[in-house]
Design a protein around this ligand. Sequence first.
Ligand code: MG
Ligand code: MG
Length: 266
Amino acid sequence: MIYYKTEEEIELIRQSCLLVSKTLAHVGSMLKPGITGFDIDKAAEEFIRDHKAVPGFKGYNDFPATLCISKNEVVVHGIPTDEPFKETDVLSIDCGVYMNEFYGDAAYTFAFTEVNRETMDLLVATEKSLYKGIEQAVVGNRIGDISFAIQSYTEKEMGYGVVRELVGHGLGRNLHESPEVPNYGMRGRGSKLQSGLVIAIEPMINLGTRRIVNSNDGWTIRTRDRKISAHYEHSIAVKEEGPDILSDHSFLKEAIKNNKNLSVIE
Ligand code: MG
Ligand code: MG
């Protein structure tokens, strides 16, 4: 069952997504070698609560933290630890908030300064694929058109691995709603996109194999070959006039530009 949102509901989701975006910028401004996942997770939780919202992930299916911090070969759902970050790390940071009865959800993969070109190229392509997916989120298209756009670019054109087991999703009063939004698929298949549909589009793209492994903590998902994985996510609303991106990565991009410990993804 898909819940289509009213204009008012979309605006509430936008407020939640904007707080996620600003939280990602806040932690992005803090990132430096030596800081830990615990440090930025704590800062993120404080930032969200200071804005009269609550972390969307903490306690969700018993997830223990405010942020998913997925380092290097971790695809998604990494749990923050006390291990200091290094100059060579890439960090996918995924954040959710719950405010005014609606969730916001967005993610970005950050790179420190000593990340190699091969990895930077993966990050650039994965971010680009997110926007190729969003472009297809127009009334009259189907979910498969979004999926196909992401897969054909990252897999066929770039030769990367597209994770199959984890997908984007509807978003609203629940963090995960129908429909699923896979990052692979066929044009013209799946649910028709109608005005009022709110979905999180989130390509998870691997440098090597698309195969993944689950770890013993019940959360952390790694690439099977232990090569790098990237993850970028926006929450968007389908509207008559086109896709409306509810989260806003411009805040974190500004933070990256002003943080000499990070590389700009380009
Ligand atoms: Mg997310
Ligand atoms: Mg999501």
